[in-house]
Design a protein around this ligand. Structure first.
Ligand code: ADP
Ligand code: GLC
Length: 468
């Protein structure tokens, strides 16, 4: 079966968060499962596009606001585990960033260019799989725009990675879309604005999200889309993300200061922890608790400032935080660097290499998210023998079992509050102080299999059902 994934991010080309990890891994595992999966994404001005070679396979024009944007479809010459194509629109997409203020125009042009190319294909794909709102207008255009009529019968799958962001824009811009029967404009609308995520939920043949629990949660609370998701529930399914066990492998990970496997996990993790503690002036004899992530409200990191200001002195831990986003949170956490020097360090920015060393060197990974559709960090932590501390939501609930449960191996908070976090950290310190429990747990979690194979099979079954 031939599948094309259409997305705004793909690791290792351009990554903002977990969407990139998924789009960069799922097709690889689908191909290992005898499918023919490929990816198409925007051609950004990033190191990957600067350092690789491409060939042009198609060119055309996208008219928007009376202006014609010329585009090219480029194909990568090297093999990265799946064929990958790029939409090059120099004026709109060749940027050093992935997202910006003018995303409506940028991603609409991207989506139209993809479809313009696709209608010329002799062998059209069996499945068109689109990811998040940046590609959410594709199922609408495939079924409603006159010029893309020939794609109408190709089943579409829309995966919601995060329903907080829906790509809203006003009806004044409806003229940007290629011509369609205007009596169908309601398919684009939700609460009086054009909502690409809602349009995808209405028009795609199937809707998935990245964990079963998040799918249940979305029918109750989905940033305004809950009624729509409840109404469409028969075509909705939650499929848990996997992780790329080749990229995320402590035995071979080139970023680590020392590689390790189950048999030498104690010395391996210690070497990485020592490096982190030396680098950031932290006490290596205390449990090292880390956070890695985007600074947005959903991740619960806005509570760290108050948590550490009030309690760090009484908690017997070392803390290392990596991330950026909300400037107020950044400033607050930066301010604590001098106050708690020797116990706490906040490193600002995006740093792929450091994140890998942190998964390896940490004793515990803190992930108190208020909303977490799947979450990959906790699965990376498990694979690196780092015990996750999570809130009981979405994919975190589906992947972490609390110590109090049978065969439990993690710390699960009941809600994202300062007091729950403090309680969880005290629990973590108790586990750390019990060397036998601490070591057997690390051994146990490194054995958990979160590779993509099982989830890739679930997608395959879904695609097959749609083709029947
Ligand atoms: P989300 O997609 O909501 O950000 P996920 O848990 O699915 O959350 O994925 C986050 C991904 O981004 C992981 O690969 C994580 O390691 C990475 N990441 C997040 N912030 C940073 C950062 N500051 N530096 C390096 N990697 C980061
Ligand atoms: C989103 C979600 C995250 C999920 C990722 C990959 O960014 O916030 O929970 O793991 O997509 O699906």
């Amino acid at each position: 079966m031939a599948i094309i994934h259409i997305a705004s991010e793909c690791f290792s080309i351009a990554k903002v968060g977990g969407l990139a990890d998924v789009v960069g891994a799922l097709p690889k595992y689908q191909n290992q499962n005898n499918q023919e999966a490929m990816v198409i994404m925007p051609f950004y001005n990033v190191p990957f596009t600067q350092n690789n070679q491409f060939t042009t396979v198609f060119d055309g024009e996208v008219p928007l606001y009376g202006k014609n944007y010329t585009f090219e479809i480029l194909s990568l010459l090297d093999d990265i585990g799946f064929p990958i194509y790029f939409v090059a629109i120099p004026e709109l997409l060749f940027t050093e960033y992935v997202y910006s203020q003018d995303d409506t125009l940028r991603f609409l042009a991207f989506q139209i260019a993809v479809l313009k190319w696709m209608i010329t294909w002799e062998n059209q794909p069996d499945i068109i799989h689109v990811h998040d709102h940046h590609t959410g207008l594709i199922p609408f255009m495939m079924t409603q725009s006159y010029q893309f009529e020939s794609l109408k019968m190709i089943p579409t799958v829309f995966t919601i990675h995060n329903a907080q962001y829906q790509g809203w824009f006003s009806h004044d811009k409806v003229g940007l879309l290629p011509k369609f029967d205007f009596s169908k404009v309601g398919l684009l609308d939700w609460n009086g604005v054009i909502n690409p995520m809602a349009a995808a939920i209405k028009c795609a043949w199937a809707v998935t999200t990245v964990s079963p629990s998040y799918m249940k949660e979305l029918q109750i609370i989905a940033n305004g889309l809950e009624n729509l998701l409840a109404h469409e529930k028969n075509k909705c399914v939650g499929i848990l993300n996997g992780i790329d066990v080749e990229v995320w492998n402590p035995e071979t990970d080139a970023f680590l200061k020392k590689n390790y496997k189950k048999t030498n996990l104690v010395t391996g993790k210690k070497a990485n922890k020592n490096w982190l503690c030396e680098q950031y002036n932290l006490d290596k004899d205390k449990p090292l608790i880390v956070f890695i992530g985007r600074f947005v409200h959903d991740k619960g990191c806005d509570l760290f400032g108050m948590l550490f200001s009030e309690f760090l002195l009484e908690l017997n831990i070392s803390v290392l935080i990596l991330g950026s986003g909300d400037v107020a949170i950044q400033n607050e956490l930066e301010g604590l660097n001098t106050v708690f020097s020797g116990k706490y360090k906040y490193v600002s920015g995006y740093n792929e290499a450091l994140s890998h060393i942190m998964y390896a060197g940490a004793d515990f990974l803190l992930m108190p998210s208020r909303v977490e559709p799947c979450g990959l960090n906790q699965m990376y932590a498990l694979r690196y023998g780092t015990i996750p501390i999570v809130n009981k939501v979405g994919g975190l609930k589906d992947t972490v079992v609390d110590f109090k449960e049978h065969n439990g191996f993690g710390i699960v908070m009941n809600e994202c509050t300062i007091l729950e976090m403090k309680k969880a950290i005290v629990n973590a310190s108790d586990i750390y102080a019990n060397p036998i429990l601490f070591k057997t747990t690390k051994n146990q979690i490194m054995k958990i299999d979160h590779s993509w194979l099982a989830s890739a099979k679930e997608y395959q079954q879904l695609y097959k059902k749609l083709k029947m």
